[in-house]
Design a protein around this ligand. Structure first.
Ligand SMILES: O=CC(=O)O
Length: 322
């Protein structure tokens, strides 16, 4: 029997490309440029499986009954770039990669917190510019994280892992908002108080870290009113999705001093980043590095491969999305 035809929309770690190339008739996007929606639409007519990622866009208009594709093996946990309802209505199975990127994304949330609180980006820029004039007691004074309050918005796997690091490493008090009650077993050993609303979390937090999925109802969850609550010494961390923050309201809040600073790994409309943000010293900007370690990027790829293997063997897929 012919091997299923599979398209990877971007380059993946070598070990996973090798595994898939052994077991499937794989097409690689060798020059690694993002594919247009039209190219992905055409691929849905040509391939048995398409494996997209967060840099792709799969709106409802791409899915029709003439598709050859039967499974979308998404490389990543977030699937807000895929119109899931339309994909399912067209008979597609959609899978994602939950769990394997939890530690790395939580690590990056802490990286942003520390860089922001300790003004590490500012300091590095100063040194590289040749402007460092030596140690002095008043140079680049930051803020201690130890003992401060971390507010988690979205207490899922990554929110919990971030809270554990902040509490275990820095003795931070943790408050959180989650739409539904969190399984107490997942919170074992963590002292964390669930508050009734996101605004309550913002008001209580010195640092607010976002861990809710993007898209749909979560768009612009954090806007001007929430920045007012976070207050002039408050810091915002976003490793989730850019669209959960009202980006214009964030820029306005930073410019007005409504909040103290922001540490961002994701942007609404990325990879474009508003110039206003790039000019601010009290903002740490990373290029969507949450899951970017070799171990995790390989694990994500193997998870996609496991889902494809199960699907084409007629078994239940281990990680259905949504
Ligand atoms: O951002 C990365 C992911 O959603 O996996």
């Amino acid at each position: 029997m012919a091997q299923p035809k599979i398209l990877l929309t971007r380059r993946w770690p070598q070990a996973v490309e090798d595994r898939l190339s052994r077991d499937y008739d794989v097409t690689l996007n060798t020059d690694d440029t993002p594919m247009t929606a039209e190219q992905i639409g055409a691929a849905l007519g040509d391939y048995d499986a398409v494996c997209p990622t967060v840099s792709d866009s799969l709106p409802a208009a791409l899915f029709d009954s003439k598709m050859r594709t039967r499974i979308l093996g998404n490389y990543g946990v977030g699937v807000n770039h895929i119109d899931l309802d339309a994909a399912r209505a067209a008979g597609l199975t959609v899978t994602n990669t939950p769990g394997c990127l939890t530690d790395c994304t939580a690590d990056l949330a802490l990286t942003l917190m520390l860089m922001l609180a300790r003004r590490a980006g500012e300091g590095e820029r100063e040194l590289r510019r040749g402007d460092w004039s030596g140690w002095r007691p008043t140079h680049l004074i930051g803020t201690k994280l130890s003992g401060k309050t971390l507010g988690i918005v979205g207490m899922g796997r990554i929110g919990i892992a971030t809270a554990r690091r902040a509490q275990g490493g820095f003795g931070m008090k943790v408050v959180y908002y989650n739409r539904s009650e969190v399984d107490p077993a997942a919170l074992k050993g963590l002292e964390a108080e669930r508050l009734d609303t996101i605004d309550d979390v913002m008001a209580a937090a010195d640092v607010a870290s976002l861990h809710i999925p993007g898209g749909g109802a979560n768009a612009k969850t954090i806007g001007a009113a929430q920045f007012e609550k976070l207050g002039a010494s408050g810091m915002l961390i976003n490793t989730a999705r850019g669209d959960v923050v009202d980006q214009n309201a964030l820029i306005a809040a930073l410019e007005a001093g409504t909040i103290a600073g922001a540490g961002l790994d994701v942007y609404d409309g990325e990879p474009s980043v508003p110039e206003a943000l790039t000019r601010m010293e009290n903002v740490v900007l990373l290029p969507h590095l949450g899951s970017a370690t070799l171990e995790t990027r390989e694990a994500m790829g193997h998870m996609v491969a496991d889902n494809l293997d199960a699907f084409f063997a007629g078994r239940e897929v281990p990680n259905p999305a949504g």
